[in-house]
Design a binder for this molecule. Structure first.
Ligand code: ATP
Length: 291
């Protein structure tokens, strides 16, 4: 194979419970994540040499070893029994440093794609294990769909998809460092009740109202305190009639759930002048497979 394409979908958190600090410095989390139909487009082209070359349309994204897609290809290169190289073209559509797992998703897509490009024959489970070496969200992004994630976030099990609703994403003009938000969380332990178990029940029942009631992210108060902009967007979405509102990951992206397209449009309109980066998407909940 000379060239393969992969879709690298963004994710949102339906819950994010932080359970405690581990000895390795990471936090133990429990969270439910689901993929949305906002995706980067990844093109992988086989090379005649052993180089890994990144090309990206987004100036903020590094194109050297710091790029997670580069690291993913380098990891798989070691699994090949012949010399292999790849040019990775990333067409970025997922906003960067937004809490939507853009980099993790590019890495996951590169793992799936290079596995095909180089005929490595690795299973999805093997790719997830490799992905865990790159980042906590990568194993989830390798499989996609809707999943419960535990540990650092790398232990993923599939759970039922939420109802197929509209999602309005708003990304304020600021990049948030995940590490900083977790550090701040540790300093000011918040007393928020974990919601992941309740969300699981809501998904099993297929109830949108229960899903909306149990949306919860323990990092949200920390990010809101540092960036009040996040609360302003939340309030604006609720005033415009959102069925549920939550910040994704460590932020700063906030999303609103709307059952109807017209309501999603109204929320979008209400954000005019508030926030430049607004997207109306569907929950796609697509799982990736290897055939
Ligand atoms: P997460 O939700 O997994 O915490 P995020 O959506 O908040 O991730 P990313 O978009 O992955 O954040 O970007 C975080 C940083 O990772 C960026 O500042 C960028 O320098 C770096 N990075 C490395 N590889 C990529 C990539 N392929 N796409 C975007 N950012 C990348």
């Amino acid at each position: 194979m000379e060239r393969v394409f992969e879709k690298a979908s963004a994710k949102i958190n339906l819950t994010l419970d932080v359970l405690g600090l581990r000895e390795d410095g990471y936090h133990d989390v429990e969270m439910i994540m689901t993929t949305i139909d906002l995706a980067d487009r990844i093109e992988l082209i086989a090379r005649g040499d052993e180089k890994i070359v990144i090309e990206c349309n987004e100036g903020f994204v590094p194109t050297d070893q710091r790029n997670l897609a580069y690291q993913a290809a380098a990891l798989l290169q070691q699994k090949a029994d012949k010399p292999v190289g790849v040019t990775i073209r990333i067409e970025k559509r997922i906003p960067v440093a937004a809490g939507l797992a853009g980099g993790s998703s590019d890495a996951a897509a590169t793992l799936r794609g290079c596995n095909r490009l180089w005929n490595l024959g690795l299973s999805l489970e093997e790719l997830k294990l490799l992905g865990a070496q790159l980042g906590s969200d990568v194993p989830f992004c390798v499989q996609g769909g809707t999943a419960l994630a535990k540990g650092r976030g790398e232990l993923v099990t599939t759970v039922p998809n939420p109802p197929k609703v509209w999602v309005v994403l708003a990304k304020p003009d600021l990049g948030v460092s995940t590490a900083e938000i977790y550090q701040q969380f540790s300093k000011h332990e918040q007393q928020i009740e974990p919601k992941t178990a309740m969300m699981l029940q809501a998904l099993e029942k297929g109830s949108l109202s229960l899903v909306c009631q149990n949306l919860s992210n323990m990092l949200e108060p920390v990010t809101v305190q540092l960036y009040p902009e996040v609360r302003r967007i939340r309030d604006c979405m609720l005033r415009a009639g959102a069925d549920g509102v939550l910040m994704s990951g460590s932020g700063p992206t906030v999303y609103a759930i709307a059952q109807r397209r017209t309501r999603a449009q109204r929320i979008n309109n209400s954000l005019r002048g508030f926030c430049r980066n607004v997207y109306i998407v569907r929950l796609s909940s697509t799982s990736f497979m290897i055939n």
